[in-house]
Design a protein. Structure first.
Length: 160
C-alpha cells in the first residue's frame, strides 16, 4: 500500500477524486525521452500514444495540445482552433514553472492552472489512449472522453 501511494501524481489524484477509471503503466526512465522512442521501447502504438504540448498565443494566453507522439503540431490550424492569430510552443525552461510538470512528465491533467485544452480528434477513434502520468516513467491509460471531462477539453484537428 505504501509503495502504491508513492507513485500517485497530482493527475492520478484528480482522476481518483473524479472517480474516473484509468490504468497506470510504470517504466524505467532516468531522463527525457521523446514519446516515439518510449512507444517503441514499450511496444505501444503511435496512434494511441499522445504527447502534451504547451503553447502561448499572441494574446499571451496559454493552451495545451494533446497530439499523437509521432505527429507535429500545425501552428496555423492550432491557432485557428483556439481563436488566436498565431501560437508558439512555450520554451522548455518555462514548462515546469507554468504547469508544475517537467518535460517528458507533462500531462494535461492537473496543471497549476486549467488551460484551454485541445485533444487531437483522432483520439476519438480509441477506447483508450496513453498520456504522461505526471512524471518521468509513468503513463496514464484512459478513455479520451474522460480526458475531455477532466481537462474541460475539446477535440480539434491541430496536426500537420
Amino acid at each position: 500500500m505504501g509503495k502504491d501511494r508513492e507513485i500517485k501524481t497530482n493527475a492520478m489524484r484528480i482522476l481518483d477524486k473524479k472517480k474516473i477509471s484509468y490504468q497506470v503503466n510504470a517504466y524505467i526512465c532516468e531522463e527525457f525521452i521523446d514519446g516515439v522512442h518510449i512507444a517503441d521501447k514499450l511496444g505501444q502504438s503511435y496512434e494511441k500514444s499522445f504527447k502534451t504540448l504547451v503553447a502561448v498565443g499572441k494574446s499571451k494566453e496559454h493552451y495545451v495540445f494533446v497530439i499523437p507522439v509521432d505527429k507535429e503540431i500545425d501552428f496555423k490550424k492550432a491557432a485557428k482552433v483556439v481563436g488566436e492569430k498565431s501560437i508558439e510552443l512555450v520554451p522548455v525552461k518555462e514548462i515546469q514553472g507554468l504547469t508544475g510538470y517537467i518535460r517528458g512528465g507533462c500531462t494535461p491533467i492537473g496543471m497549476k492552472k486549467l488551460f484551454k485544452t485541445i485533444i487531437q480528434e483522432s483520439a476519438k477513434a480509441h477506447e483508450e489512449i496513453i498520456i504522461s502520468g505526471g512524471k518521468l516513467g509513468l503513463q496514464i491509460l484512459l478513455n479520451p472522453k474522460d480526458l475531455i471531462i477532466v481537462t474541460n477539453g475539446e477535440y480539434g484537428d491541430v496536426i500537420v
